[in-house]
Ligand binder design. Structure first.
Ligand code: GUN
Length: 296
């Protein structure tokens, strides 16, 4: 079997087109969604993600307030900026790009964000609401994965989903979303990680494999069953002298061989990545609607 490729770029473009119209309508009602973005330091991947977020804000007509702080910024200064954004009525969503430099306390920063503006869904109030199935902002990457599965017509209910990776950003929240007693959940979920013994034993049982380990070739063809659905969340730079920039992006899945066994697979780039930014915009628009009294 050769897999159908899930075109995340196209799904994201369709969703953005809808959002752009929605933003235009909100502006007519005097509501301009606004996103505050804070980047500390110059990690190349983070710079590239943040640039993409700003570009998408412009494209959709969302106001963005961008702060690029030096890597040596003091924790107190970052905290002060977050509090300023909490109090700024033009800002409906606050995004502090992670990871922060090593000298900073990431949790303290996340906990300081007003949960009403927590469009990343990382604040414990948001996480708690997600776990008990209350309406809240869902973390963007796992929410994007869920949308890709739904828009591709994948049966989630009753499926065995094996997630490889247990991060707070992807693995843990995705597992929670998929076990919810809801039409978009009801899956059986196994979460594997770096200490899992015999990873292939679990991935071979999966109807859906989600690779979020942050390591190339974590999932190879011998590790999946025929017809599996594969979602690759990994974004890894590997040296490539044939490229002008000296590297290329690959996921966590050995794409060329796994695609011959899978029924559906996401590419890297062009799979999950474009969805992450799109879900951030969805959350920001939703937050603006709540602030403007258009949505509860
Ligand atoms: N770093 C990698 N992914 C994310 C994300 O979704 N949000 C933030 N704030 N930082 C990230």
């Amino acid at each position: 079997m050769t897999a159908r490729i899930i075109d995340g770029k196209q799904v994201a473009a369709d969703m953005r087109a809808e959002l752009k119209q929605e933003v235009a309508g909100l502006k007519e009602q005097g509501i301009t969604p606004g996103l505050g973005v804070i980047l500390v330091g110059d990690d190349p991947a983070s710079v590239s993600y943040v640039t993409g977020k700003e570009r998408t804000c412009d494209e959709l007509g969302i106001y963005s307030d961008h702060h690029h702080l030096p890597a040596e910024t003091a924790q107190a200064d970052l905290m002060a900026l977050v509090r300023k954004m909490n109090a700024d009525p033009k800002i409906n969503g606050i995004l502090v790009q992670l990871p922060l430099p090593k000298h900073m306390d990431e949790s303290e920063v996340i906990f300081a964000i007003d949960p009403a503006k927590d469009v990343d869904g990382f604040h414990p109030v948001s996480v708690g609401k997600m776990v008990v199935g209350e309406k809240t902002f869902l973390p963007c990457t796992p929410h994007g994965v869920l949308h890709l599965l739904l828009r591709s017509g994948v049966q989630i209910e009753g499926s065995h989903v094996v997630i490889v990776g247990r991060s707070n950003i992807v693995g843990k929240p995705l597992a929670n979303m998929l076990i919810q007693k809801s039409p978009t959940g009801n899956a059986t979920v196994t979460v594997c990680h770096t200490r899992t013994k015999d990873l292939a034993h679990y991935t071979r049982q999966a109807d859906i494999v989600v690779a979020a380990a942050g390591r190339p070739n974590t999932i190879t063809a011998d590790m999946v069953k025929d017809g599996v659905v594969v979602i690759d969340v990994g974004v890894n730079r590997v040296e490539d002298a044939t490229k002008k920039r000296g590297y290329r992006l690959v996921g966590d899945v050995d794409f060329e061989v796994v695609k011959e066994k899978a029924s559906l697979i996401t590419p890297v780039p062009g799979g999950v990545g474009p969805m992450t930014i799109t879900m951030l915009m969805v959350n920001t628009v939703e937050s603006a609607k709540r602030a403007g009294g258009v949505s509860k």
